[in-house]
Write a protein that binds this ligand. Structure first.
Ligand code: ADP
Ligand code: MG
Length: 240
């Protein structure tokens, strides 16, 4: 349930009325197995475009994305995605949302139930399993979205500004939560944020992007990132 992500010389142009718009220019980066990497950059610099390419939702103009050594082609259950605006299906309960992908993949009933219950418990929503999204707070919706992304036991978790729409306190609680869940599962993570403080708190390593066109401007090791992760594995800081 973990793999290395390698991105080689990735470029992306969008066709616009005034000609091609180069959004990503020659991006190369890696996320090692078990590593938590944040990509930071100002609004509009191309972060979501990059993540959508990794998720298989957009095609690159040039370059390659390899997960566990294999080129990614289209969306797949090996990548779990969490968006900023918790895109839960409003007509499905928390359980229905978390179960959705497993049903599509025809995972058997017994295994499906076991996994759905387990991940709903991990995100602390057992009491709300049969609630509809509209009955949940923003933070709870985002926890449901994290469970839905993790229930497929993907090789990498891709998060696009997952806490951007939350108030400060909920955001801090969810940062702690993500940190402990990720540490316990040892999953590889690529998370986008424009919040540098959040990146420093969560990441082992940070890539900073510049804009127009989007390029990797800097790569920053977070001091003690890995040691901190190991300490966290021993004593999870978030208790439900
Ligand atoms: P970020 O997530 O860093 O805020 P985005 O990746 O969403 O940035 O967008 C980067 C740039 O690409 C923006 O200028 C945006 O307007 C442009 N862009 C994104 N998607 C499209 C599209 N489908 N067609 C044309 N331009 C796009
Ligand atoms: Mg974005």
């Amino acid at each position: 349930m973990t793999a290395t992500l390698a991105i080689y010389q990735l470029s992306k142009s969008f066709a616009t009325r005034s000609g091609p718009l180069l959004v990503l220019d020659d991006i190369s980066m890696r996320v090692e197995s078990n590593e938590f990497v944040c990509l930071v950059g100002s609004s509009g610099c191309g972060k979501s475009t990059l993540l959508n390419i990794v998720a298989g939702l957009e095609e690159p103009t040039a370059g390659e994305v390899l997960l566990a050594g294999h080129p990614v082609e289209g969306p797949g259950a090996d990548r779990g995605m969490v968006f900023q605006n918790y895109t839960l299906y409003p007509w499905l309960t928390v359980r229905g949302n978390v179960e959705f992908g497993l049903k599509l993949r025809r995972v058997g009933v017994a295994e499906r139930r076991e996994r759905v219950d387990r991940y709903i418990e991990i995100v602390g929503l057992t009491r709300f399993a049969d609630s509809l999204p509209r009955a949940l707070s923003g933070g709870m919706k985002q926890r449901a979205a994290i469970a839905r992304a993790m229930v497929n036991e993907p090789q990498i978790l891709l998060l696009d500004e997952p806490f951007g729409a939350l108030d400060c306190q909920t955001k801090e609680t969810l940062q702690e939560f993500l940190y402990s869940v990720v540490c316990r599962s040892g999953i590889t993570v690529l998370m986008i944020t424009h919040d540098v403080e959040e990146a420093v708190f969560l990441a082992d390593r940070i890539y900073a992007m510049s804009a127009r066109p989007g390029r990797i401007a800097r790569e920053i090791e977070v001091p003690l990132g890995r040691e901190r992760s190991l300490a966290c594995k021993r004593t999870p800081r978030f208790q439900q």
